[in-house]
Design a protein around this ligand. Structure first.
Ligand SMILES: N[C@@H](CCC(=O)N[C@@H](CS)C(=O)NCC(=O)O)C(=O)O
Length: 241
């Protein structure tokens, strides 16, 4: 059985999409990041970076103690390798996919995350026009990278649908909120629509939908509490035994 420590955000949904595509049985353990579950001692033991998702496989290949993995990209590699699907293991195929998984983790996820952050912030922290322009342009550049890649191939790694596509998809669902126009990116749009139509993707994207709340509908004091918890985080002091 796979335990997935999860909250319904794009980084979590990458993993539920893959789990649904693989048809693996899994159990969602909610990590309410607006309540600070990511800072609890038991969670920090699994992920010192205090971020969800984390996966624990209680039946790893070869047996033995459960295997715990953090970072969505590493989790997806683990699951695809275990299942022997969506990540070829011959040297060319493997790195064709791996480079896009790393691209997503190092570029698309972090930059689109900042783009959303500054576009949502409003004027609470003063003038954000430079940051908004910087990250909206960066988002545009990244959609261009996908569009160019998909101009002459169906999927990011070529003919086959892989974890490279699954990991890059959830962050693109909010293209409008990231200040982008999907019509500018014909080849990306074709890929986006093809993935969106997959039943397993729809199921994975809906996982834990009952957990999420629309923060903008919460009372102002509650919104301020959540901002205080999530924004401007600094180092956690060492827990001395
Ligand atoms: N690179 C990490 C990023 C994970 C991440 O940023 N998770 C966010 C939610 S999308 C989180 O747990 N945030 C908690 C916080 O900001 O305190 C991954 O892909 O797993």
């Amino acid at each position: 059985m796979i335990d997935l420590y999860y909250w319904p955000t794009p980084n979590g949904k990458k993993v539920t999409v893959l789990l649904e595509e693989l048809g693996l049985e899994y159990r969602i353990i909610p990590v309410n990041i607006s309540r600070g579950d990511q800072f609890k001692d038991d969670f920090l033991k699994m992920n010192p970076n205090h971020r969800m998702p984390v996966m624990v496989d209680h039946a790893p290949k070869g047996g033995g103690a459960p295997v715990s993995v953090f970072e969505s990209g590493a989790i997806m590699m683990y699951l695809a390798e275990k299942a022997g699907r969506f990540w070829p293991q011959d040297v060319r195929g493997k790195y064709e996919v791996t480079q896009w998984v790393i691209w997503q983790m190092a570029n698309q996820g972090p930059k689109l995350g900042e783009c959303g952050h500054f576009r949502r912030l409003g004027d609470r922290e003063g003038d954000q026009s430079y940051a908004i322009r910087r990250f909206t342009d960066e988002a545009n550049r990244l959609y261009g990278v996908l569009n160019n890649r998909l101009y002459d191939r169906r999927w990011l790694a070529g003919d086959d649908y892989t974890i490279a596509d699954m990991i890059s998809y959830p962050w693109t669902v909010n293209w409008k909120l990231q200040g982008q126009d999907i019509e500018e990116f014909t080849y990306f749009k074709r890929w986006f629509e093809e993935i969106s139509a997959r039943p397993a993707v729809q199921k994975g994207m809906a996982a834990g939908a009952d957990l999420s709340t629309d923060v903008t509908k919460l009372p102002p004091e509650e919104q301020a509490r959540i901002r205080k918890l999530l924004y401007n985080q600094r180092a956690i002091p060492v827990r001395v035994a």
